[in-house]
Design a protein around this ligand. Sequence first.
Ligand code: PHE
Length: 343
Amino acid sequence: MLTIKEKIAEIKKKIDEALANVKFTKSLYEIKMKFMGKGGEVSDLSKSMRDVAPEDRPEVGKQINELRCWADGKFGELDEKLKAEELERKYAEEKIDVTMPVRESAEGAYHPNTLIRNELVSVFSGMGFEVFEGPEIENDYYNFTALNTPKDHPARDMQDTFYLSNDLLLRTQTSAGQIRVMENKKPPIKILSPGKVYRSDDDATHSPMFSQMEGLVVDRGITLCDLKGMLDEFAKKIFGEDVKTRLRPSYFPFTEPSVEVDVSCFECGGKGCRLCKGTGWIEVLGAGMVNRRVLQGCGIDPDEYTGFAFGMGIERIAMLKYGINNMKLLFEGDVRFLKQFKD
Ligand code: PHE
């Protein structure tokens, strides 16, 4: 039989051996449990105190205690060392090289149409306009009849229409939205209506689908002067502070009088250049005073209220502003073209 002293020495030796090759705190913990935990060799040693003669117990107890302290110290020390090593390894693995070049991510850009649309909405909402978006599939009434363009009206030929059925069509103009607004809202009305429109038309400056921005103001005492004043403001904000506007007589069934609006050429300042084809002026939109018959049809008394309306092609404004010579570029979705546009 080994004496307690010998047993202690043996356990110490075993612990030393067990700890010699430990690399991870997890295995260290397992070893610790094996010796110090319930049923472990050190705990068993304490249990064997029962068999020790009463007079020897204080001395033996002291020796067992010393063993515990010694073992706790060993495990504790090694635990700290291994933890530090593990942390080092973790840091090394997760190390980030901040000098490494970043992976280039493709940066998106707004489509020129969106840029112009946003700019127009921002300019006009600054003047108190609210945005209204009508449907792209319209019926004959909203797109034509209510806009004073009945079935046999020659002005229907001004726009080649895509019909979906006898009555349904792809709207040819955002003006259709004017009627929807006036039917539902009584003056004062001040709305801006952007959206896609469709016409059977296809060349360098026309596309079967394009975008328009419509404006409508109806209130007591609205005159052509108000339209002119608002257009001056619009031209300055969109094309530049020195840009002027001029009105030329024109014809639209739903406005009377009707005008074509030109802005002075922002490229040459009006002297005449390629952009303005030597005239010093560039046509940008159609407008006019809302025809009495249109107001009447929407239940608005034309003797009490008057209004003006205007409509412009967003692609046209984008082409003028950014110097784009072919409208197709705006619809092809070529990223090399599109990413050149930033606000
Ligand atoms: N709807 C007309 C067009 O598409 C433009 C316009 C709008 C003219 C409002 C006058 C008033 O050509």
